[in-house]
Design a protein around this ligand. Structure first.
Ligand code: PMV
Length: 360
């Protein structure tokens, strides 16, 4: 389906520049996206905190093409090394965006990218990576169409990122981004992420996320396969409705700062995501024994201290531990002294909620 609103405007001809650079963060969903149709259209709305320290930096270089053998000419460099293995994914991405950014056919690109988080830490770099690449491509588009409004730029950049990585469309802005149409969230859309438009209580300012790296290896089942298993899943229709209801319940919680309710919604979402995996056919498990150990320890710590700390999970074994800024010292000590022993090589990352991508 062609989205006419993002078709290219009249171009001013050739680009004068040859390079642009963006840094984009990762994000962690509170209400999970799991299940899609068409070209990365979500089956339910989701909302995420944008992170701050886990980032991808991308320098996009280009020159006019001389070789027209392939549809697109590109080279991917990761941490200074040529990685031909990543190139088919970018070719596929260019194939999806060419209708909206036709200049991708006219230039030879070098995509030079680095991640702030350790390589193969089990933290997905596709959301931050496609967000940064989409923003770089949109700067080229802006040079060709300088009359484009900032609003169109922002929406189209998120739209383009979505075509590379669904959840990547939530990695451009911060601190809270909604993706997927929701009847109570004005401006929400299935085709791009929008900044959460309503009041947020100050307890969520600079919210903390300690990412516990339980398993740093390659996932046994990719997100793509997992999303596809939601087709014909016995519980899919109720799950999609539940996500809509959970997002409705989160709106007053974000406003009034009721952390007991917040903890309940966020943990239920994480466990439901994994319940969908357990009940897919074929079924699969991405949690590891230490994922459950961490959850049990965290629940005990919460019971004993009354600190409103909670966990969430993405499609993997790592645990995100979320807590307010004013509990930072206590919870970070708890992570270092108790939880780190369940992490592979004792590795964890202290992050916090951030404001989104930066042009460098
Ligand atoms: O964007 P994908 O296809 O990697 O899917 C991400 C899915 C979850 O991380 C599990 C949930 C979410 O909303 O981010």
């Amino acid at each position: 389906m062609t989205i006419t609103k993002f078709l290219p405007g009249k171009s001013n001809g050739k680009l004068q520049t040859q390079s642009v650079s963006y840094q984009s963060p990762s994000n962690i969903a509170l209400i999970k996206y799991w299940g899609k149709h068409g070209l990365q259209i979500p089956k339910n709305p989701s909302i995420s905190f944008t992170l701050n320290n886990c980032r991808t930096t991308t320098i996009l270089n280009w020159e006019e093409r001389t070789n027209h053998k392939e549809d697109y000419e590109l080279k991917v460099i990761l941490d200074g090394k040529h990685k031909p293995g990543f190139e088919p994914k970018i070719h596929q991405f260019f194939g999806r965006v060419v209708e909206y950014l036709p200049f991708v056919r006219d230039y030879a690109f070098t995509i030079d990218t680095t991640n702030s988080f350790p390589h193969s830490s089990g933290i997905a770099s596709s959301a931050s990576g496609f967000s940064a690449l989409a923003l770089c491509l949109m700067e080229m588009e802006r040079e060709l169409n300088p009359q484009m409004s900032q609003k169109t730029f922002d929406q189209k950049a998120s739209f383009i990122a979505r075509l590379g990585s669904g959840s990547g469309c939530r990695s451009l802005k911060g601190p809270l981004v909604v993706w997927g149409e929701h009847p109570e969230i004005k401006g929400s859309s299935d085709i791009y992420g929008v900044s959460y438009p309503y009041a947020v209580h100050e307890v969520f300012d600079n919210y903390q996320d300690a990412i516990l790296l339980v398993d740093q290896g390659e996932k046994q089942v990719s997100s793509t396969v997992g999303h596809n298993l939601m087709h014909n899943h016995a519980y899919a229709p109720s799950r999609f409705n539940q996500a809509i209801e959970n997002l409705s319940s989160l709106i007053p919680v974000l406003e009034n700062g009721d952390l007991d309710q917040f903890v309940n919604i966020v943990e239920s979402e994480a466990l439901t995501l994994h319940a969908m995996m357990l009940t897919s056919n074929p079924y699969f498990i991405l949690m590891k024994p230490n994922t459950l150990k961490i959850i049990e320890e965290l629940w005990q710590y919460r019971r004993e201290t009354k600190i409103p700390v909670c966990f969430t999970l993405d499609a993997g074994a790592n645990v995100h531990v979320l807590f307010p800024q004013n509990n930072r010292e206590d919870v970070q000590d708890f992570v270092k002294s108790e939880l780190s022993s369940y992490c592979q090589d004792n590795r964890y990352i202290f992050d916090n909620v951030g404001d989104g991508a930066l042009k460098l």
